[in-house]
Design a protein around this ligand. Structure first.
Ligand SMILES: [Zn+2]
Length: 229
């Protein structure tokens, strides 16, 4: 991996670079919900109200889990992994922006080289494989920032990079009202990002209002992995 990519300079950095899927393909009037669990200083919590609501309403979601969050929540992890409503995905080993040159996002320093990109993706992939007994298909980095060399490395490691079109909870900072306002921008094929590790913030209360509104408007909730371009 290092010999293949070490000499290649990235040409783009951000949330939406080459190799990042931000919308669904061929899904019709559908929306895909993704919830991140960041772990570490980003929060070890578990939003039981949010996940309970999804179950009650039979709404599927993709759960991007960081290795540190998994370590802190072994019982909840087993419960979520056993539920076919949820697709478990990779949210990194140390929750770092994914760069081959050490670029940072929101003040968080990114991976510094090809080897650190590999470790950030493959470390948690191996952990999840050991727990699930199958490989996960999708990856999202901490902060969801990438360069266009890093996204190629993720692809070589067998995972697709999933970004987003709708920021549903502003990094788990939104009030319930702000969540419902953000969710009004959903359109057919949107991928929504929000968080499942901040139970005291507005995500769950906002989604409880917003998701039934979308369903009444004719939207289906689908898994990202089934409709990637
Ligand atoms: Zn995160």
């Amino acid at each position: 991996m290092e010999s293949r990519y070490e000499a290649i300079a990235p040409t783009a950095w951000g949330l939406d670079v080459a190799g990042v899927a931000t919308r669904l393909m061929g899904a019709g009037r559908a929306v895909a919900l993704t919830f991140d669990a960041c772990g570490g200083p980003g929060g070890h919590g578990y939003d039981a109200a949010l996940l309970g609501f999804l179950r009650q309403e039979h709404i599927p979601a993709t759960l991007f889990l960081n290795a540190r969050w998994v370590d802190a929540n072994p019982g909840v992890f087993r419960e979520l992994a056993a539920d076919p409503l949820f697709d478990i995905a990779n949210h990194g080993t140390r929750h770092l922006p994914l760069s081959v040159r050490g670029q940072s996002a929101y003040g968080i320093g990114g991976t510094r080289n090809v080897g650190e990109v590999y470790d950030e993706v493959a470390g948690n992939a191996a952990k999840l494989f050991g727990l699930l007994g199958h490989r996960v298909r999708l990856f999202r980095s901490g902060t969801a920032h990438y360069d266009d060399v890093a996204t190629r490395i993720v692809g070589d490691l067998g995972e697709r990079v999933v970004g987003f079109e709708v920021n549903g909870d502003g990094g788990a900072t939104f009030t319930p009202l702000q969540v419902t306002q953000a969710m009004r921008t959903v359109r057919p094929g949107s991928i929504v990002i929000a968080h499942m590790n901040h139970p005291s913030h507005g995500t769950a209360a906002g989604m409880r209002v917003a998701l039934p509104v979308l369903r009444d408007a004719g939207y289906r909730f689908v898994q990202v992995a089934d409709y990637l371009p």
